[in-house]
Design a protein around this ligand. Structure first.
Ligand SMILES: Nc1ncnc2c1ncn2[C@@H]1O[C@H](COP(=O)(O)OP(=O)(O)O)[C@@H](O)[C@H]1O
Ligand SMILES: [Mg+2]
Length: 239
């Protein structure tokens, strides 16, 4: 591909995965679900990750997002091999640099919208982040207002629609100004009209903040709005 089509090709990758393998033990058997994945994400890139169910997309993004360890291979953030870092350094990297949005929202039912946005930051064990509680709370409120949830700040998830829940989850992902947002089928549990609005919000924020966005989707129309499509098949990246 020519550099003309790759506006960020001159920038150093934000993330590089090299030879990532993941196996699961199933009783006596070992099932390898990632067979050696190489992938690079550049600053500001909007990448769609596609592939049929079971291809390994969720397993891969958990490893790229530093939530699950590979059995072999490396994930570099800049020059740092993330899985070779001590656990607290890796937690800090994850907490400060990566935001997650999930298909099923993963909000805490007992907490209201503002508290849900704040929670990951506050339980991170990162003293620098914890000491910013007041400022972060104000930031959470402002973001929820910007996302059209000004009247929903003290609502719990059960009192929110699916689209509203995903807006809360997006605010949570963006609270600490990450460089990378990983979204696993973020509109997969929403009706098409609501999903389209949530996607618009996510893509607007991606552009405004020059985020790197890795977006798992089955939807060709969603993928068409990304700068690049990565296809997975049977535990491998095929493009
Ligand atoms: N914790 C696990 N234990 C055993 N097998 C798993 C586990 N997680 C995922 N798998 C298997 O790995 C394969 C890839 O799953 P997944 O990454 O969820 O695919 P996708 O997100 O592309 O649908 C599937 O065959 C799935 O059953
Ligand atoms: Mg999945």
């Amino acid at each position: 591909m020519s550099t003309m089509q790759q506006p960020n090709a001159n920038l150093q990758p934000l993330l590089r995965a090299r030879g990532v393998k993941r196996r699961f033990r199933l009783g006596e058997r070992t099932l390898e679900v990632l067979h050696g994945v190489d992938l690079e994400l550049r600053p500001g890139e909007r990448v769609a990750l596609m592939g049929s169910s079971g291809a390994g997309k969720s397993t891969l993004i958990q490893i790229l997002g530093l939530l699950d360890a590979p059995d072999e291979g490396e994930v570099y953030y800049g020059e740092v091999s993330a899985w070779k870092q001590p656990v607290d350094a890796r937690a800090r990297l994850r907490n400060r640099s990566i935001g997650f949005v999930f298909q099923f929202f993963h909000l805490i039912p007992e907490l209201d919208a503002v508290e849900n946005v704040l929670l990951p930051a506050m339980i991170s064990g990162d003293p620098d982040v914890k000491s910013r509680r007041k400022e972060l709370r104000e930031r959470a409120v402002q973001m929820l207002r910007d996302f059209g949830l000004g009247e929903r700040l003290d609502h719990r998830p059960a009192q929110l629609s699916g689209g509203e829940k995903q807006r809360v989850a997006i605010a949570r992902a963006l609270l600490l100004d990450p460089q990378l947002v990983i979204a696993d089928e973020p509109t997969g549990n929403l009706d098409s009209t609501t999903g389209a609005k949530v996607l618009d919000l996510l893509l607007d924020e991606q552009k405004k903040r020059n985020l790197t966005l890795l977006l798992v989707t089955h939807d060709e129309r969603v993928a068409a709005r990304c700068s690049r499509i990565v296809h997975m098949r049977d535990g491998r990246v095929v493009t």
